[in-house]
Structure formats: structure tokens, C-alpha cells
Design a binder for this molecule. Structure first.
Ligand code: GDP
Ligand code: MG
Length: 440
């Protein structure tokens, strides 16, 4: 990932004053490679790297950061800015019902996202109606009807062969009659950009005058996402983007391409097939993801908000000094996670989340945490600090002391080791610095 790439090039370089041109050129080459690996479209990479070069030339190296870190900081800032800087909320400022038009290629996730958005709005106490204008595929209409039923919103009926504009207008009339706050209009897509499709969606746009026209795009299409985005942006006045299937693409490059090409804010991320797998888009967090650090910022921010600051700081200090992560720290982490409630959402943000999640599947996490803490509590201080000391006879004693089976003590020790490895990776990835910043 980018952090380690830049690390290799720049960590050895010492010096004060400004980053030298040689340093910047070397780092820019790595940056360029990393962005291409993240599947960012080439013209976007070029433009971005040029911007970074210009900015980095003027950067003073401070006492506390290495040139590599300084460069990385510039990249992180610029990435965030390029991704829009600030979080752009969904705009519903319109005479109700506020109309949201969904545009995008077939298979990009329009229908799924329509359901997700409906649920998200419903949770904010909005009365939502959805309608399918995909009059070419009966399965598509049925799909939306089912999704709407699952999330509990009204679906205006439509059928194959009807005129899309007629359907939309009838749905709008009905939505008005029912005092709906929002009408989401799902549309037909094709497998490639095509004139008919563009004409149809443009006609829908003209007839409905939607307050939001959202371009739905599959992040896994990488470079193609940029091309498709341009084609749609040329024809439709897009107001925002929903980037889908981000769960399958940790690289995040499409976000940068799509945002650069359309100039429109990404408003949501689709992070799974189910209707609740929708996240509001935060530019700074995707920037971090592209830099290859997982969404650690969200994690740390959540941690910093909900846990004891001093303890978080101590842990960060410890990681920074590459001190050993022991069972005391592990217990502390467990207790803090318990404070935070939704452990699931936290785990998802960790690098390597998929494996951990698979491990945790079907496990009652609350109960598990309580048991973990109980087991650690029945160890001696020495055992907690040096877990490698815990051999068979000690395991039996600990198990008896906490009322569990030896097998469960083993399980805990394995879990601890996994976490310890992960913490090592995180610490070497420059995260310690970030944690320190946030915790302080
Ligand atoms: P449409 O043709 O644009 O309406 O696309 P659909 O909504 O029918 O989605 C196409 C496929 O992508 C379906 O199998 C969805 O389950 C899947 N899908 C949509 N959004 C996501 C997402 O955020 N994550 C994942 N993993 N799959 C998604
Ligand atoms: Mg569809």
C-alpha cells in the first residue's frame, strides 16, 4: 500500500527545511503507482500527482515528522479535498414529495440502492414511496416491489410496456395524494452507455424535475466507472453519486475517479447487498482507505469519542514505541468495545475485517466479551503481561477460576494473538501517529 511504498522511499531520508525536488519526484512515482494499483483512472492520477508535486514543494518539514510522513500528510489532505472535502448531505429541500431520480448502468445497483435509500429515509421519519420505471424487464419491477416490501415502504405499481414518463407522473400524483415526503424513481439501465437509455432518463428528468439526480456506479468497475460517469454527467444534471459494492473493492480508486470526472459529490456508499448496507460518504475516510489503512480513522474517531481518552492515548503511545501488546491491553480493548455497543460496525472498519468478521459470525459478541474479561481477570498479573507463560496447568487453573473450559482459554489466547499481530501491522503502518493525534 501507499504508506509502505512511501515509507521505503522516504523514511531513510533525513533533513530539515523543505522537501527536495528529488525526494518529491521519488515519492510522486510511488504515489502514482499506488493510485494506479487502486484502479484510479489514468488522467485523474496524472492531475492528482501534479497537484501533489506543486503542493509538496512548498512544504516545510517540521521537527516531529519525517519527510515521508510530511509527504503522506499532503497526500491525505489533497485526497480528501479532491474527494469533495466535506460530507455532502442528501438534499430534500423541495416542495414535497422531494423526487430522487436514480440513474446508472444495468447492474450498477440502482434498485438495491433505491431500497437502501428508502430505508435510510424511513429511519429519519420520512414517508417514502418508490416506483420502478424499468419497463423492459419484469424481473426488475418485481425486484423493487420485493425490496420495498422488505423495508416497509410503498411501491407504486408499474408494468412492462408502459411509458416510463407516464408511470413516473402517475406515481408523483399518488405520492402527492398520500403526502409522501420523498419519491424515489428507479430507472432502466443498459449494460453499456447507449443513446436510447440517455434519451429516456433525460425525458424522465425533464418531466419530474427531481431535487436529486443520483448516479449509481459500481466501484468494482474501476476505470470504467470514470468513463460511465462522464457519459451520464454529459447528458444529465447529476447532483450526486452513490458508489456501490465498495465492500468488494477495498481499493477505493473509483471514488477518486468518479468524483474528479463528474465534479459531483459522492453522497453514499453501498457496502453490501442487504438494505441496511448504506453508508453516508465521508471524503476523509475514503482518502484513508485509498492510502491503504483500512477505515482506521472512523474506528479511532469512534474510539476517541466513546472511550477513556487517557487510556486510548496510553495505548497509542505504547504502539508507537513498539512496546508489546499484552493481555491487559487486550482486556482494555474488550471493555472499551463493550462501551461502544455495536461491535460489528467497529470490526468492519479494521484492516483485515473480512477474516475477523468470518470468525465472529454467529457469535454472541456481548457474551463473548464478558467471558473474555472474566478469563483474563482470573490470570495473574504476570500471566497477563507475558501470555506465553500460560501453559497447560495454568490454563486449567484459569479455566477453573473463571468457570469455563480449557478450550475457551485456548480460544481466547488465539484471539489475543491475532489481535496482537494486527496491532503490530497497524503500528508499523504509521497509524500510531494518527492514533496519538486523535487521542491527544
Ligand atoms: P440495477 O440493475 O442497477 O438495478 O442493479 P441491482 O440493484 O439489481 O444490483 C445488481 C447486483 O448488485 C445485485 O446482485 C445486488 O445484490 C448487487 N449489489 C448492489 N449493491 C451492492 C453493494 O453495495 N454491495 C454488494 N456486495 N452487492 C451489491
Ligand atoms: Mg434495477
Amino acid at each position: 500500500n501507499l504508506t509502505s511504498r512511501l515509507g521505503r522511499v522516504l523514511d531513510s531520508i533525513r533533513g530539515q527545511g523543505r522537501l527536495t525536488e528529488d525526494q518529491i519526484n521519488a515519492a510522486s512515482r510511488e504515489l502514482r503507482m499506488a493510485l494506479l494499483e487502486a484502479d484510479v483512472a489514468l488522467p485523474v492520477v496524472k492531475e492528482f500527482v501534479d497537484k501533489i508535486k506543486t503542493r509538496a514543494l512548498g512544504v516545510e518539514i517540521t521537527q516531529s515528522l519525517t519527510p515521508g510522513q510530511e509527504f503522506l500528510r499532503v497526500v491525505q489532505q489533497e485526497l480528501t479535498a479532491t474527494l469533495g472535502g466535506v460530507t455532502e448531505p442528501l438534499n430534500l429541500r423541495a416542495q414535497p414529495p422531494a423526487i430522487i431520480l436514480m440513474a446508472g448502468l444495468q447492474g450498477s445497483g440502482k434498485t438495491t440502492s433505491t431500497g437502501k435509500l428508502a430505508l435510510w429515509l424511513k429511519e429519519q421519519k420520512k414517508k417514502v414511496m418508490v416506483v420502478s420505471c424499468d419497463v423492459y424487464r419484469p424481473a426488475a419491477i418485481e425486484q423493487l416491489r420485493i425490496v420495498a416490501g422488505n423495508v416497509g415502504v410503498d411501491c407504486f405499481p408499474s408494468s412492462v410496456g408502459q411509458n416510463p414518463v407516464d408511470i413516473a407522473q402517475a406515481a408523483l400524483a399518488e405520492a402527492r395524494k398520500q403526502y409522501a415526503d420523498v419519491l424515489i424513481v428507479d430507472t432502466a439501465g443498459r449494460t453499456t452507455v447507449d443513446e436510447e437509455m440517455m434519451k429516456e432518463i433525460a425525458a424522465l428528468h425533464a418531466a419530474l424535475n427531481p431535487v436529486e439526480t443520483l448516479f449509481v456506479v459500481d466501484s468494482m468497475t474501476g476505470q470504467d466507472a470514470a468513463k460511465t460517469a462522464r457519459a451520464f454527467a454529459d447528458v444529465l444534471p447529476l447532483t450526486g453519486v452513490i458508489l456501490t459494492k465498495v465492500d468488494g473493492d477495498a481499493r477505493g480508486g473509483a471514488a477518486l475517479s468518479v468524483r474528479s470526472v463528474t465534479g459531483k459529490p459522492i453522497k453514499f456508499l453501498g457496502v453490501g447487498e442487504k438494505s441496511d448496507r448504506l453508508e453516508v460518504f465521508h471524503p476523509d475516510r475514503i482518502a484513508t482507505r485509498i492510502l491503504g489503512q483500512g477505515d482506521m480513522l472512523s474506528l479511532i474517531e469512534e474510539t476517541a469519542r466513546k472511550v477513556d481518552h487517557d487510556k486510548a492515548k496510553k495505548l497509542a503511545e505504547k504502539l508507537k514505541k513498539n512496546k508489546r501488546f499484552d493481555l491487559e491491553d487486550f482486556r482494555e480493548q474488550m471493555l472499551q468495545m463493550q462501551n461502544m455497543g455495536s461491535m460489528q460496525s467497529l470490526i468492519e472498519k479494521l484492516p483485515g475485517a473480512a477474516q475477523i468478521q468470518a470468525q465472529l459470525k454467529n457469535v454472541d459478541t456481548e457474551k463473548q466479551v464478558r467471558r473474555t474479561v472474566a478469563i483474563i481477570n482470573s490470570m495473574t498479573a504476570q500471566e497477563r503481561r507475558f501470555p506465553d507463560l500460560i501453559k497447560a496447568s495454568r490454563k486449567r487453573r484459569i479455566a477453573a477460576g473463571s468457570g469455563v473450559e480449557v478450550q475457551q482459554v485456548n480460544q481466547l489466547l488465539r484471539q489475543f494473538e491475532t489481535t496482537r499481530d494486527m496491532m503490530k501491522k497497524v503500528a508499523s503502518g504509521g497509524m500510531a501517529k494518527m492514533m496519538r493525534g486523535l487521542a491527544g
